[in-house]
Design a protein around this ligand. Sequence first.
Ligand code: MLT
Length: 328
Amino acid sequence: MTDFTRRALAATGLAALASPRIARAQAAFPSRAITMVIPFAAGGPTDIVGRLLAESMGKDLGQPVVVENSTGAGGTIGAQRVAQARPDGYTVLLHHIGMGVIPTMYRRLAYDPVHGFEPLGLVTEVPMTLVGRRELPANSLAELVALMKSQGDRFNLADAGIGSSSALCGALFANAIGARPTVIPFRGTGPAMQEILGGRVDLLCDQTTQTTEYIRGGSVKVFATPSRTRIATLPEIPTTAEGGLPNFIVTVWHGLYAPKGTPAPICSRLTASLQAALRDPRIVQRFSEIGTAPVSQADATPEAHQRFWTADIAKWKPVIEATNAYAD
Ligand code: MLT
């Protein structure tokens, strides 16, 4: 490097970027633990998927991937934490369909929910289930609808805050049937599920990655899945279309992100590791036990992820506008 270049870079504060030491450090990525931020509570469905992914990616990367549950405000606190982290690959975000609805639902955020991230690849798409406390006096979707309408705001519905998949699913369901339940928000559906199990909350719309075990064990009542087809691992559950609600469909896609500006070689390494994790037989098997599957290798790429994410924002925008489902 010439003196002129060195002085010019120093003047712009970019000298460190031209340092051979930094170039070597990037080549060696990762040289320390990576933090994977999960924007919902420990024990819930995003956490379950995230921890499986973190363990497998850690093996591939040769460094631990440590899960940090940064919760609250429907997943926006965790997303903000990553959008504002150093773009060096050592902080990544596992988020879900919230990335598709939050840009429209939230009109005031301290981060850019559309341009604040580098998408690294899609992870999985998970069906949802409408589950209720065991003692709920309803045994079918039709009976649930009648109960909710007759009880008005005495009926309560748990969710993980505006921007979460449970809140989206719960609001679409209530709108579809013309009910006005009392909504009780939690920092994730992990804690919400504990209230369903304890019989203190009536209903929750949640992903099979958490509900499968409770449905199979009989500790919750299940009424329907808002999916186009029945779930292969829980074939006894009718779809909402079978129950007369063909337009009430929500499935939960997940993706992995780095902060905007993370160098391309580091993003590529993280994507390669995500792809390796999605081929990991342990992940394939565990995902199938909890009602889901890894996306294809072609979908676990930044390009496919960006396309899907952009289309999802456009898909939900008119729905949110029509139902006035804004956070503020
Ligand atoms: C969670 O992990 O707690 C859920 O994914 C939150 C939600 O979207 O309902």
